[in-house]
Design a protein around this ligand. Structure first.
Ligand SMILES: Cc1ncc(COP(=O)(O)O)c(C=O)c1O
Length: 369
């Protein structure tokens, strides 16, 4: 049996007719950039998040770029981010000659450890970017308390956690500005790139709306040096349809995770993901932890099962950030995760038969130790 890590074509075939009709409708309008489908999707997305404003942009990375620009990040400003994340969470800070200040993550969730933040705050700190890692919201109350105490902005990176909840509240209103990615593998994925900036702050929303469109105020009137970073009409039209399904897909992800947890409960030498009481985890990926990762990955690959290690190198140790001179041992918890974690297939259309097969291969591998 061949089971890829992600299978996006299954979802497409379920929605094919509706999506093709929508694409045709959009193309027929002759309006392809910042038209009615983007406006409609922005409204639907804001409503979904329980937020006042949503602004469509061309990627999750750009969502954070524009958010940082909206809070007026300056050269030399420090921004606190978790050591375990995707590289773009750190890149966006560096684009502005800001300094990403990495903190370690929690032992059971891999999310930014709130206890590590205060010790990293200096006069230069401007913001905190918590990442809702692998689909589980970070512990936001203590992070918000610290931000309040020191007057810092929170820009939360929601790229991996569309539809996730913290204490019953959907991600999207947990920080000052929340940033989403619609990269195709995400829980709400486009057929290309896309992103969204979500906020309750009207002035931030209007800054981002202008910044994504060259800094425009009026047709040929520009207030600031902005960007070309717009969500396009075709992607917005598609995402609008997919948004209606995202809760059902997330529930499927959650029941697949529950079933993995049950089937793997008696398997030795692995740890299953932990869902915190405060969180509704939406399992962008399902991640196990084992000291025997290399062998497990090899066995799964041999049996046709896709795996990913997300992420094997903490960002402070990437060559791109070696100029910051972090050293091995600076992030003991995150470094441990980076050595031991492995993610196995997780997508809403994964069948029980496929899951059984994956679990059998894992059992056979792990029982051998
Ligand atoms: C945590 C995180 N932040 C940011 C991004 C960047 O999003 P995009 O690829 O849409 O630029 C991603 C994923 O791609 C991500 O996983």
């Amino acid at each position: 049996m061949e089971i890829p890590f992600w299978n996006l074509s299954r979802q497409y075939s379920l929605l094919r007719k509706e999506l093709l009709e929508r694409i045709d409708l959009v193309l027929t309008t002759g309006e392809y950039v910042l038209g009615k489908y983007v406006r409609q999707f922005e409204q639907e997305f804001a409503t979904y998040c329980g937020a006042k404003f949503a602004v469509g942009v061309n990627s999750g990375t750009d969502a954070m770029v524009l958010a940082l620009k909206a809070i007026d990040i300056q050269k030399g400003n420090e921004v606190i981010i978790p050591a375990l994340t995707f590289i773009s969470t750190a890149n966006v800070v560096a684009y502005f000659s800001g300094i990403p200040v990495f903190v370690d993550v929690e032992p059971n969730t891999m999310n930014m450890d709130p206890d590590k933040i205060e010790g990293s705050i200096t006069q230069k700190t401007k913001a905190i970017i918590p990442v809702h890692f692998h689909g589980q919201p970070a512990d936001m109350d203590p992070i918000r308390e610290i931000a309040r105490k020191y007057g810092l902005f929170i820009i939360d990176d929601c790229a991996q956690a569309m539809g996730g909840e913290y204490k019953g509240i959907r991600v999207g209103t947990l920080g000052n500005i929340s940033c989403f990615s619609f990269y195709p593998t995400k829980n709400l994925g486009a057929f290309g790139d896309g992103g969204m900036v979500v906020t309750d702050d009207e002035s931030m929303a209007s800054k981002v709306r202008s910044l994504r469109d060259y800094g425009r105020r009026d047709k040929y009137v520009f207030d600031s040096i902005g960007y070309n970073s717009r969500l396009d009409e075709v992607q917005a039209g598609i995402l609008s349809i997919k948004l209606r399904h995202v809760d059902e897909w997330n529930e499927k992800r959650r029941s697949i995770a529950k079933r993995y947890n049950e089937l793997l409960s008696a398997v030795p030498n692995i740890e299953r993901p932990v869902e915190k009481d405060y969180a509704k985890h939406v399992y962008w990926v399902y991640t196990l932890r084992t000291k025997h990762r290399g062998k497990l990955q090899q066995d799964l690959t041999k049996k046709g099962i896709g795996t990913h290690i997300i992420y094997a190198i903490p960002i402070p140790f990437q060559k791109a950030f070696e100029y910051l001179s972090y050293r091995k041992g600076d992030f003991p918890v995150g470094e441990g995760w980076a050595e031991d974690m492995i993610s196995i297939p997780m997508f809403p259309e994964l069948t029980e038969e496929e899951q059984n097969y994956i679990v059998t291969v894992i059992k056979d591998c792990m029982v051998g130790y």
